[in-house]
Design a protein around this ligand. Structure first.
Ligand code: AMP
Ligand code: ZN
Length: 478
């Protein structure tokens, strides 16, 4: 069985075959955050999707190089920098730090490379120079450089690989300076934007005069520099298909750095958007959440991650606070099952090798459905079916320690993809642990009144303590 993925280029589900002749190494580029504000939960759906793809490729034995850019110069950032009067780096570093903290809170593996656009200006200038040399880009009177769609098409290339475009109404040489525009306004787009007074001090020298790069060229330059001119996978949210990714293809293939017959990217994967409480997110609708907003409401990163991962990545998904409560209780069921398996496995946990394998076990079922374009909802289905089966066998006393250990080993493999580690110390806030310890001390000194008061306080904060033969266990109230 092979892994299959939906490729936006072919609009079909295709078997995944890496470019590496040994079939092992995989290059993957995910369009990263524009660090002008805190990322919202919609952005996080897309980034967690990228993490899922990486983790699943690793689970399937591939050696992945994961690149995620940090867009730290573009139109929105320049506007904010001018409004706040801050230095570019001071402004963006705050949001970049926040992004990395959020990435950890959601248990996303850190990409191997996190290039910042501002650190690739010379590569960007070099790439624009190549396009000018090939006659595909031109300098306008104001010193900006544009990509000529007409010249690109005249060179036998296709503009409109990811989307169907109508060139009938397009007037040759018409230009669009903004990085974001609709399909209907397709026109020559900016590679280099000449300095204007509103840019303040954000500009770099270039052979075409002072200015700054356009957003699209940043990703072409950074991805090809780190992964080479032709690589396996490129990911982003569905809104990036046009113009961002179409323009990336045009710039990268227009420079003709790929070996003959090779594309810039073999597989383009796009995640569908997230709705929040049934609508597009908007501050005015009160459904706009950053990750921090949700953590402040008392939800854990793993609960948010589990909810973001609950639907297939190509389905629009409705994120609700009720859904988060649902994710909490689902995780609670997994945690309870895994904790009991651990108790039974006990000493046998260290002798996994000798464990008999169950056919078809959790891992096999999980792989079977995930191979089908990452069918995560079926994967969760397999996990909960396994939880029910384990619970039944444990209740009937039909799960010997050695089998419990084997089941746990399978769960750990599956969880290396899901990334929802069982609630451990790291997930329990320090003040909650301190309270639980205080209660334990009170109990031991027979101050039951105090112990009960602390139990109530914990409850009001959303936690319960269970006294087990191995000591108190802290759990979230579900
Ligand atoms: P940005 O920081 O605006 O460049 O966006 C970062 C990523 O989030 C991009 O891949 C977008 O496609 C994605 N994105 C933006 N809004 C949403 C949403 N509502 N749901 C899912 N992904 C989104
Ligand atoms: Zn990009």
């Amino acid at each position: 069985m092979a892994l299959k993925l939906f490729n936006t280029l072919s609009r079909s589900v295709q078997e995944f075959t890496p470019l590496d002749p040994s079939g092992k190494r995989v290059g993957m580029y995910c369009c990263g955050p524009t660090v002008y504000d805190f990322a919202h939960v919609g952005n996080w759906r897309t980034f967690v999707f990228g993490d899922l793809v990486r983790r699943y490729l690793e689970f399937r034995g591939y050696d992945v190089t994961h690149v995620m850019n940090i867009t730290d110069v573009e139109d929105k950032i320049i506007r904010r920098v001018a409004e706040t009067g801050s230095a570019l780096r001071d402004y963006t570093s705050r949001y970049e730090q926040a992004f990395l903290e959020d990435l950890r809170a959601l248990n996303c593996l850190r990409p191997h490379h996190l290039p910042r656009a501002t650190e690739f200006i010379s590569e960007i200038i070099e790439l624009i120079g190549k396009l000018i040399d090939r006659g595909i880009a031109y300098r306008a009177a104001d010193g900006s450089v544009y990509f000529s769609i007409e010249k690109y098409r005249a060179a036998g290339r296709t503009y409109g690989q990811l989307v169907k475009l109508n060139f009938e109404d397009m007037r040759v040489g018409e230009r669009v300076k903004s990085d974001e525009y609709a399909k209907e306004s397709v026109a020559d787009f900016a590679l280099w934007k000449a300095r204007v007074p509103e840019d303040g001090v954000v500009f770099w020298p270039s052979p075409w005069g002072e200015g700054r790069p356009g957003w699209h060229i940043e990703c072409s330059a950074m991805s090809m520099k780190i992964l080479g001119p032709s690589f396996d996978l490129h990911l982003g949210g569905e809104d990036l298909i046009f113009p961002h990714h179409e323009d990336e293809i045009a710039q990268s293939e227009g420079a003709e750095l790929q070996p003959a017959g090779r594309r810039f990217v073999q597989y383009w994967l796009h995640g569908a958007h997230l709705l929040v409480e049934g609508r597009k997110m908007a501050k005015s609708l009160g459904n706009y959440f950053t990750l921090r907003d949700l953590l402040a409401k008392g939800f854990a990163g793993r609960e948010i991650r589990a909810l973001l991962l609950s639907a297939h990545y190509r389905e629009t998904f409705n994120f609700t606070i009720d859904g988060l409560h649902g994710a909490r209780s689902s995780l609670g069921r997994i945690d309870d099952c895994v904790a009991r398996l651990k108790e039974i496995a006990g000493e046998a946990a260290s002798s996994k090798e000798g464990a008999p394998s169950q056919a078809p076990g959790l891992q096999a079922r999980f792989t079977e459905v995930m191979d089908e374009d990452l069918n995560i909802s079926a994967a969760w289905g397999a996990v909960f079916e396994w939880v029910r089966e384990m619970n039944r066998r444990m209740a009937e006393g039909k799960l010997p320690p050695v089998e419990a250990a084997a089941e746990l080993a399978q769960w750990e493999r599956v969880n290396s993809v899901l990334g929802i580690e069982a609630a451990g110390g790291a997930e329990i806030p320090a003040d909650i642990i301190a309270l639980a310890n205080e209660r334990d001390t009170a109990r031991k000194s027979k101050d039951f009144k105090r112990a009960d008061a602390i139990r109530d306080e914990l409850k009001s904060k959303g936690w319960v303590v269970e006294d087990t033969p191995k000591g108190p266990k802290i759990k979230r109230l579900s």
